[in-house]
Write a protein that binds this ligand. Structure first.
Ligand code: HXC
Ligand code: NAP
Length: 282
């Protein structure tokens, strides 16, 4: 879909780049020529991913650390500049989440998710952002999800934190536009990953996955390459004038949930044909 070398000479930090969607997007950016920096708390996971990337000829740096700790984020920023000389792009992808009735959440459970998603994203933006302001150029992309604006039961801390990330994206798109730094977000619907599925699928609730698929007008989950393509476009200079946007990639799921007559998609064709025949007869 893209020219070889689309992201050549770009340095991209991807938080949570060792697993799941972050890993997939990082690999694609690397294949398109970017230098990749992946962070996460588990050094061994990052090392394994880096090994795979190196075998593909991708320049990769691992920065083990916790986005909740500002000193880890500062170290990641320094190590990136030491190795690659600059930071062009930041992908805020690291997240924490789980399902729980809200009344059962301990204060620490709520705080854990808010600290990773909202504070962690701010730690990265504020630290990397200072470098981008110095360089008078930058591109920050954050992964949210569609319940950032609809809200969702059973994931209240995540919904509140993702809504905060989206508000930050839109606010800074305006405030730091003068520094030639742009801010956008991607809102994926469900894309199967070990990290998400292990925490969000209720065990023993076998129909849950099928029910989720059935709510999506396209009747399937997202495929990784589809997200990789969107992220690569938003990472590239080809989208340089896109600023303050959130792009949904969910097969139409959230609109279907909101639209008044969505349930009519379940009517068989024969029913529509019978209604049309009755109308004509009248
Ligand atoms: C209730 C829970 C819980 C659960 C943890 N806690 N899991 N409470 N239900 N399932 C509570 C703990 O008891 C503790 O509170 C507090 O949360 C912190 O837990 P720790 O395990 O000490 O925290 P930590 O090691 O920092 O781990 C953070 C985490 C964990 C968020 C709890 O799940 C994690 O590391 N996640 C990272 C990866 C991830 O979540 N990926 C999925 C992203 S998917 P107490 O009071 O006991 O101290 C995603 C998809 C969105 O975002 C959209 C889908 C469509
Ligand atoms: P995942 O594999 O669990 O990804 C989360 C990543 O974040 C992991 O690599 C994890 O690595 C890292 N991370 C978590 N806490 C961290 C911390 N405190 N500091 C640094 N890194 C941390 O799940 P995923 O499905 O790929 O999710 C990726 C992103 O997509 C998230 O923002 C998620 O909200 C979003 N999203 C996913 C879906 C979906 O259906 N999968 C849908 C919408 C949005 P460590 O554990 O090693 O730290």
């Amino acid at each position: 879909m893209f020219q070889d070398g689309l992201l050549k000479d770009q340095t991209i930090i991807v938080t949570g780049g060792g697993t799941g969607l972050g890993k997939s997007m990082s690999r694609r950016f690397g294949e398109l020529g970017a230098n990749i920096v992946i962070s996460g708390r588990r050094a061994e996971v990052l090392d394994e991913t880096a090994q795979e990337f190196s075998e593909l000829g991708i320049n990769v740096l691992t920065c083990p650390g916790d986005v909740r700790k500002i000193e880890d984020v500062e170290l990641m920023t320094k190590q990136t500049i030491d190795k690659f000389g600059k930071i062009d792009n930041l992908l805020n992808n690291a997240a924490g989440n789980f399902i729980s009735p809200s009344e059962m959440l301990s204060p620490n459970a709520f705080k854990a998710v808010i600290d990773i998603v909202l504070m962690g994203t701010w730690n990265c933006i504020s630290t990397v952002g200072k470098e981008m302001i110095k360089n008078k150029k930058g591109n920050v992309l954050s992964i949210v999800t569609t319940y950032a604006w609809t809200g969702s039961p059973y994931v209240v801390p995540s919904a509140a934190a993702k809504a905060g990330v989206l508000a930050m994206t839109r606010s800074l798109a305006v405030e730091w536009g003068k520094h030639n730094i742009r801010f956008n977000a991607i809102a994926p619907g469900p894309f199967p990953t070990e990290g998400a599925w292990s925490r969000l699928m209720p065990p023993g609730f076998d129909d849950f996955e099928d029910n989720m698929k059935n709510k999506i007008p396209m009747k399937r989950f997202g495929e990784r390459h589809e997200l990789e393509n969107l992220a690569s476009y938003l990472m590239s200079d080809g989208s340089a004038y896109v600023n303050g946007e959130v792009v949904t990639i969910d097969g139409g799921e959230w609109l279907a949930g909101a639209a008044e007559f969505s349930d009519l998609t379940k009517l068989p064709d024969s029913m529509w044909e019978a209604m049309a025949a009755r109308r004509k007869k009248k």
